[in-house]
Each structure stands twice: as C-alpha cells, then as structure tokens.
Design a protein around this ligand. Sequence first.
Ligand code: ADP
Ligand code: MG
Length: 140
Amino acid sequence: MPTERTLSIIKPDATRRNLTGKVNAVLEAAGLRIVAQKRLHLTTAQAEAFYAVHAARPFYRDLVTFMTSGPVVAQVLEGDNAVQRNRDVMGATNPAQAAEGTIRKLFAENIEANSVHGSDSAENAAAEIAFFFAGTDIVG
Ligand code: ADP
Ligand code: MG
C-alpha cells in the first residue's frame, strides 16, 4: 500500500467535550501519523466553501451552522493507504451504524455532530489539505 496523506477535521462536538487527545489516540493506534495540525474557528464562508459539494443537500445549512459553532482541529494524517484507513477508523456517518471501536461509535453524538471529517478519495484529500495547509506546514 502506498504512503498517502488525508485531511481530517475534529469537529466542534468533539472539541467542546475536550476529546481532541482521545480522537488523536485512536488515529495513532490505527497507524496514522499526525503530520500537521491546527485549531481554528471556521467562518461561515469557510464552512460553506469546504462543504460546497453538499450545497444542494437538505442538511447543508445546519451542517454549516454546526461546523461554525465552535473550534475545530484540522489535521493532515499520513500512513499506508491513509485515505481509506482513516475512513475505516472514523466509522459510518451515522454513529448508530458505526462499527465498534470506530471514532464515531466511541464519540459521535448523532449523524450531524459525528466528531470527525475525513477525505473520501485521494483527489479530494489533496484539495482538502490545500484548503487548510501550506506545504511548509506539513512535517512528515
Ligand atoms: P461523511 O462525513 O461520512 O463523509 P457526508 O460526506 O455524506 O458524510 O456528509 C458530510 C457531513 O454532513 C457528515 O459528516 C455529517 O456531519 C453531515 N450529514 C451527513 N448526512 C446528514 C444527515 N442526513 N443529517 C444531518 N447531517 C448530515
Ligand atoms: Mg464526506
């Protein structure tokens, strides 16, 4: 498997409950290395742009409101097959359907406040990493 990078976001429901370290421990135990990380409070314009792909979905406005409701932690994860590996350790979008041991099963509050974002393809990972980080911010 190739070494890859993917974009992860620890969402406001998790930062509010002071779970950044616990989420990071699960990521690291899954073989992912945090090679860049920053805490920030997204503006409405940033959240709208990041989730533009979902603009037509009924949950879009609520999602933007939720993602701007508190700080997030954006991070670049590196590892073998990192995109899929992170999706696996995140668990299903709806925590009620997430597998045991996944971040969403462990920590998510509901289908919207589901604790983490992860890129869903290598192509989207590159674009999402560039949304938050300059190349010089990433130290592998
Ligand atoms: P994922 O984050 O698992 O890739 P999606 O890309 O489909 O899921 O959706 C992006 C985010 O939008 C989800 O993580 C969740 O926060 C929110 N979301 C998705 N589906 C719903 C829904 N049916 N109701 C409310 N929020 C949703
Ligand atoms: Mg998605």
